[in-house]
Design a protein around this ligand. Structure first.
Ligand code: SUG
Length: 444
């Protein structure tokens, strides 16, 4: 067996982090629409969360924010003049498109891509498919730059295969690792790849909220990665109707353990049976939380399941890294305490403050992309993008200098923000050693 570790790559929260209510079906996003955000607090919270994981002994990487406001997108819609004029005209004539062009949504790296570790891939490479994220306009603008960022972090084609996103059509709607759970005995061994989909490509969908992942997209990704151990399961329709816009809002798994809400899957027994049948050499552990113990609405508002489930080096039982909102909700807190007090596979619970992201529906698990890497693969990553204490301090200082502590829709139309964000990203390019021309604005 080749030993492997689970690394996390988190999206560094961008300077335009804001509450624009852009995601129907994501209740936090709708609820907080129009509120003032605090991008400076947001980026520092995200960095501290990354440091917590690095301090626990998990390799931690930083994925750079994307260029926002996205002027090339607005130009493609016919807005012209100087960049400042493009921004101003778009806010005046097409505010919904302007808001989409300003979203800092690439922070939610769980949606960046679906990842297949080399132990599961036919050619022994780590495979990535950036998600096309076509369900929401603001997110559909991410995948090209996401591919660039993954290419920068995983530069060697002999070890890493970074694919293009699936075609950007509704039939192949894909939201990345937010709908993928990998179970295994040990990270370096072949695993079960649970792919959770919300609707079929040609199905008439009449739910109150969109189902963001199609079955056909999940199948295509497993096919192109030639991944072993695929299990496809339908997301619970009631869960989507209740505000579960990604499966990772009600389900998380690690190693042999799947932790999920009763409503997560349309057919829980069939899903469990399929996982058991696909598990080679290990017995999956199912930790299910009933609606009676935790109503779906509490699960969603407290994000108990949008936690990171990790094995801290040296510990046998798993650790759940929850948002502080879980502690603030009496029912969720009781479930979390019950886990730690039980003899089950989850033995420890810790809390992190990512409130700025949470108010847009992004918990600790949304902010990270998990990548299982062997030692040789880890050594082949871009060292400048790995979070050390020094990089944490440097990026915290960078954020304090460049980011505003309050941002409203009105501020997003301010042409000065264009210079600020570009100044920040220009400096970041040097800090993370991303090379010239990483961002479109750097092409001149
Ligand atoms: O896609 N929110 C994101 C949150 C993504 C959370 N990711 C996971 N569950 N893995 C989304 O709905 C809100 C942006 C706004 O409304 O301004 C937003 O895009």
């Amino acid at each position: 067996m080749i030993s492997a570790v689970e690394a996390n790559a988190d999206g560094l929260i961008g300077p335009t982090h804001s509450y624009a209510g852009l995601s129907p079906g994501n209740l936090a996003s709708s609820l907080n629409k129009g509120e003032a955000s605090n991008p400076r607090a947001a980026v520092l919270q995200g960095l501290d969360k990354m440091k917590t994981l690095a301090d626990l002994g998990l390799p931690q990487f930083v994925l750079p924010p994307h260029e926002r406001p996205n002027i090339p997108f607005l130009r493609s819609l016919g807005f012209s003049g100087s960049d400042a004029q493009v921004l101003e005209r778009a806010w005046k004539d097409a505010p919904s498109f302007a808001a989409a062009a300003c979203s800092a949504s690439p922070m939610w790296a769980a949606n960046a891509a679906t990842v297949t570790p080399s132990a599961d891939a036919h050619d022994g490479r780590v495979h990535f498919t950036p998600a096309n994220l076509i369900t929401n306009l603001h997110r559909s603008l991410e995948h090209d730059q996401t591919k660039r960022a993954l290419d920068a972090l995983f530069p060697h084609a002999s070890r890493f295969a970074v694919h293009d996103a699936l075609p950007s059509v509704a039939h192949l709607a894909d939201e990345g690792a937010a709908n993928h759970v990998r179970l295994c005995r040990d990270h370096g061994e072949p695993g079960v790849n649970l792919m959770v989909w919300g609707r079929e490509a040609w199905e008439h969908w009449d739910g109150p909220y969109p189902a963001r992942q199609t079955r056909e997209a999940s199948e295509a990704i497993m096919r192109r990665h030639a991944a072993s151990g695929a299990v496809l399961a339908r997301q619970g329709k009631a869960a989507i109707a209740g505000g579960t816009f990604h499966n990772d809002v009600v389900c998380v798994g690690a190693l042999d353990t799947l932790f999920f809400h009763e409503l997560a899957f349309e057919d829980t027994e069939a899903t469990k049976a399929a996982i058991r049948a696909a598990a080679d050499g290990f017995e999956p552990q199912f930790v299910e939380v009933s609606t009676a113990d935790l109503p779906l609405a509490d699960a969603i508002s407290s994000y108990l399941f949008n936690s990171m489930l990790i094995r801290v080096p040296g510990q046998d039982r798993l650790t759940l890294i929850c948002p502080t909102e879980t502690r603030d909700n009496p029912r969720s807190h009781a479930v979390a305490q019950g886990l730690a007090a039980s003899n089950g596979p989850i033995g420890h619970v810790e809390y992190v403050d990512v409130r700025q992201s949470m108010r847009n529906g992004g918990g600790p698990a949304c902010l990270r992309l998990r990548v299982v890497l062997t030692e040789a693969e880890l050594a082949a990553t871009n060292p400048a993008m790995r979070l050390t204490d020094t990089l944490h301090a440097r990026l915290s200082d960078w954020g304090r200098r460049w980011y505003r502590d309050s941002l409203t829709a009105h501020d997003l139309a301010d042409p000065a923000l264009l210079d600020e964000t570009r100044g920040a990203l220009d400096e970041l390019t040097r800090i993370l050693n991303l090379g010239g021309g990483f961002y479109p604005f750097q092409h001149g």
